[in-house]
Ligand binder design. Structure first.
Ligand code: SAH
Length: 327
């Protein structure tokens, strides 16, 4: 697909054709499968001040937490006992020996408790190559680091000065070089973001060497600096754009793993299901201890649970021929 074609589809030029093309590829390449990855939000303590994020360091209204090892292992056991194949450990950004060692030990212990069966994805931000190597050697399989926006100017507008676009690109590359199955993604509908920027994002994600992608709508958080800037797109337009982005990436990269994000589910439950049909093949049910979930408030209204049974039943009631699988 050329950039011109991507722009045509992103602008709503022919949704029907786009979604037909992408679902045909989804079903022929990946069948009806939806993979489950249990999401554990390890900590909302963060040293970064990203202008869009509710748990940024400067937000003093956040009740900060760090899960105990025991809590993480309990969640991991829940995933394992239910036959899920995989876990994601996500966290605010901490760069310290303590944090590096904590993740290292958690990875080792989760591998032990599951007899090596649970695959582990980490989503713990920018770290040194040495830290990444230690986590990989401990047994982590995958790493997610979003580029957030591949347009340098926009990236710089939504991040503080100490977060560099070039460094983000290099860090993403170092994850790939290190041997992680690496994922990235963007936010869709940011203030100042244009269709042209999003078309560049799709080409970037298709060509940067990743094997997984998580992308979702940007959702305002009133305690962030970005709140006062308006997006060109309404929430429902962001939902539609997200579906188009997922479909386009599925066409560009038939085999890539694409998550249907929590942010998409927050704006529209139905859209999270539609995403599965037009190209997504991964969902990440939240298995953080329930009393703590609300504190991982990246954006307003963030849904904090996903009832698998009802998810499942809803699918089949609607007659959508998808198969939720554990691996
Ligand atoms: N510290 C980790 C995890 C960050 S949270 C890291 O930097 O990789 C995971 C993702 O949530 C971010 O990468 C960002 O894309 C998304 N996110 C943060 N704030 C958001 C908002 N206001 N709306 C939508 N998504 C948001």
């Amino acid at each position: 697909m050329t950039k011109k074609e991507i722009i045509f589809y992103l602008s709503g030029g022919n949704d029907r054709e786009l979604f037909e093309r992408s679902s045909a590829i989804r079903y022929s390449m990946l069948g009806r499968k939806v993979y489950l990855r249990g999401l554990i939000e390890l900590s909302n303590i963060c040293s970064c001040d990203c202008l869009y994020c509710g748990i940024r360091q400067s937000n003093s209204n956040v009740k900060r937490y760090l899960l105990s090892k025991q809590e993480v292992l309990q969640s991991a056991r829940y995933a394992y006992d239910n036959g899920w194949g995989s876990l994601v450990i996500q966290s605010g950004e901490l760069c310290s020996d303590y944090f590096t060692t904590l993740i290292e030990e958690l990875v080792q212990e989760i591998k032990t408790l599951s007899g090596g069966e649970l695959a582990i994805t980490l989503s713990c931000g920018e770290q040194s190559k040495d830290t990444y190597r230690r986590w990989l050697e401990a047994g982590a399989d995958r790493y997610l680091l979003r580029i957030e926006s591949s347009t340098q100017e926009l990236f710089e507008r939504i991040h503080p000065q100490n977060i560099s676009y070039t460094k983000r690109l290099n860090t993403l590359q170092s994850l790939i070089d290190c041997g992680f199955q690496t994922g990235s993604g963007v936010m869709i509908g940011l203030p100042l973001q244009t269709i042209d920027n999003l078309a560049d994002d799709m080409l970037f994600l298709a060509n940067c060497g990743i094997v997984m992608c998580g992308m979702g709508p940007y959702i305002e958080h009133c305690e962030t600096p970005l709140f006062k800037y308006n997006s060109e797109f309404s929430h429902s337009q962001r939902v539609q754009l997200t579906l188009r982005c997922i479909a386009i990436l599925r066409i560009l990269r038939p085999k890539i793993n694409i998550a249907s994000s929590t942010a998409l589910g927050t704006l529209s439950k139905q859209a999270r299901h539609q995403a599965m049909e037009v190209g997504a093949n991964v969902i990440m049910p939240n298995i953080t201890p329930e009393d703590i979930r609300a504190n991982y408030s990246l954006y307003q209204g963030k849904i904090s649970d996903l009832d698998l049974n009802s998810f499942d039943i809803e699918y089949f009631n609607q007659g959508i021929p998808l198969e939720v699988t554990s691996k």
